[in-house]
Ligand binder design. Sequence first.
Ligand code: FAD
Length: 634
Amino acid sequence: MLYPEEFDVIVVGGGHAGTEAALAAARMGCKTLLLTHNIETLGQMSCNPSIGGIGKGHLVKEVDALGGAMAIATDEAGIQFRILNSSKGPAVRATRAQADRVLYKAAIRARLENQANLSLFQQAVDDLMVEGDRVVGAVTQIGIRFRARAVVLTAGTFLDGKIHVGLNHYAAGRAGDPPAVSLSARLKELKLPQGRLKTGTPPRIDGRTIDFSRCEEQPGDLDPVPVFSFMGQARMHPRQVPCWITHTNERTHEIIRSGFDRSPMFTGKIEGVGPRYCPSVEDKINRFAGKESHQIFLEPEGLSTHEFYPNGISTSLPFDVQYELVRSMPGLERAHILRPGYAIEYDYFDPRALKSSFETRQIAGLFFAGQINGTTGYEEAAAQGLFAGVNAALACRGEPAWLPGRDEAYLGVLVDDLITKGVTEPYRMFTSRAEFRLQLREDNADMRLTEAGRRLGLVDDARWAAFGRKRDAVSRETERLKSTWVNPRNLPPAESERVLGKSIEREYSLLDLLRRPGVSHAALLGMDGGRYATDAVSRETLGELHDAVVEQVEIGAKYAGYIDRQKDEVERSAYYEKLRLPDELDYMQVSALSIEVRQKLAKHRPETLGQASRISGVTPAAISLLLVHLKKTR
Ligand code: FAD
C-alpha cells in the first residue's frame, strides 16, 4: 500500500542518531516520520547506560545547545554525575553521567511523542524507494510505501548484524532485536561503498550476588551535582547512587587465555575491526600481556533494577569462560550473570562517500548518520543524527547545508574527520582530534552554537531567553571588570596581600587581576569588604545562571591570550580552508600532482581545499600545487 500522506523527512531507526535527527527535522518545521523496528526501544542504550566523558561530553553539550534531547534526557535519568579532569584545564574537563536506562528511554520517548510535526511508526524498513538517482521514500516489512523528499538512515549496528558468543553466532541487530538483512542487501545493490566493523559488550550481573564490601566505592560528585543540559537543573535528577570498583587478577587472565582457542576474535570468525579504544577484555589481555591487573567498574543500570554493568570486560568468549572470569574477581565470587557478553559484527558505509552535509553523493536526498557511518558511541551518533536531520530539513526547503567548521564545534571536527579521512576502525571522539580545543569547550558550547541553532529553528523561546540572559550577564560583567580600576591608593595593602599574595605597585583593572593564576572572581569581589561586588552578578539576580556566568568570565579572562592566538590562526587559514574546489575539476589532468594524489582527490572529491588537505596522503606540497593550478585556471 502507498501510505496516503507524504512526508518531508523520513528517519529510519530510533536509536541515538535517529531520535535526534527526527526531533531536529520536526523542530525545523518539516513533516517528519520516524520509522523504527520497535517503539519500545526508542532511545535504547545498546551497551552501558552512560553518557558523556572526555570528548563525548563536549558533543552532548553541543547537541544540547542546538536544542537536542540527549543532555536534558540525561539530566532526567542520571543516577551518578561526575566532572572528569576537574583539576585540569577547561578544554579537557568533561561531564559524565551514569543513567537509569529505563528513565532515559522514557525521557527520550516523551520528547518524541510530544514533538509537533513528528509521527512515529513501528515497522522494519526493508527497502528504499529510488527514482533515478533520488530517494523518494521507504518500504516497510509488510509492504507499506512511505513517500518523502529526504530519508535519513540511522540503522546503527543492525545492518546484516551478526552476534558472536564463543564459536556460536546468530543474526541479530543487538541482543533481543532482529537484524536488518533486506535493507543491507538493498544498500549493497545500490553499490554504496561499505565494510564490516564490530563492537562488543560485557555480561551483565545481578547486583544481589555482588559482595560490595570487597569492592571500592566510587561516589559521584555531590557538592554540587553537575548537570548536563544548559537548561538542566540538579533538582531534575533522580536519586544519586555510587559505582563500585573491582579488579582482574592473574587468575582472571589465565581463564581468559584458556578461552583463546574458542574466541571468535582469535579464530578468525569475526572479520570486522573493533574499537581500539574500547577493546574486549581478551584483546586487552592479549595485547598487554605484562599487565597484572585491570580496573573494572561495576555500574548500576538503574534505580528499579539489580542489574550491574561491569565496565571493562566486554567479551565474546564462550559463556563458560565468561562465567569463570567474572567469578575470579573480588566481590564477584558468587556473581550471577543475567545476560551473556557478546560481540556484534555489522555493515557500515564508508563516510567518504558522503557530502559534507551527510547526504550520499550517489543518491540525492539520502542521508546517513550514526554508527552506520563507522562511528561508535551514543554521543557521536546523537551529534551526527542532529546534523543529518538539520541538513535533510534544509534540503527539503531548498536551502544550503549547515556546515559547522572545525573551529566552531566538535560536531564540525567529527563530520570533517569522517568525510575526509573515513574510518579504519570504529571512530570515537577525543579532545585530541580538535586542533582548536581551547575554544571548543564544554562550558561554552551554548555560546558557540545557540545562535546558529536559533537561526536554524532548533532553539525554542525559553532556551533563547535563558541564553540571552547569560550572554548579556557575561559581557556586562567582563566590561565592568575591564573598566574598574584599583591602585595602591584605593586598595589597602593588606587587602591586596590577602587576595593577590602581594601588594600592587601600580593601577590595574580587575580583569588584569583576574588573569593572574590563583585569583578567582569571588576573591576579587570580596576585596575590601565586598566593595567591588555588584548586584548584577549576585546569586540573587542570576539564580541558577550565577555559576555559569562566573565560569565564563573567569575562563574568558584567564585564557584570553591563548584563545586570541587560536582565533588569529583560524582567521589566517580561513580563506584556504573554505576555498571551494570546482565540481567539474578533473584531478587526473592536474599533471603537477603525483598519480597517487590525483587518484585520491578524484575518488574523494573534496568540496574545499581544507577538506583536501586532510585526506591521508595529500601532502602540504600537493595542496600548494593544487592552489597554483586553481589560480592558473581561473
Ligand atoms: P542504534 O543505537 O544501534 O540504533 C539503531 C536503531 O535503528 C534501532 O532503534 C533499530 O531498531 C533501528 N533500525 C535498524 N534497522 C532498521 C530498519 N531496517 N528498520 C527500522 N528500524 C531499524 N558504544 C560505545 O561508545 N562503547 C561501547 O563499548 C559500545 N559497545 C557496544 C556494544 C554493543 C553490543 C552494541 C550493539 C553497541 C555498542 N556501542 C558502544 C555502540 C552504541 O550502542 C552505538 O554507537 C549507538 O547506539 C549508535 O547509535 P545509532 O543511533 O547509530 O544506532
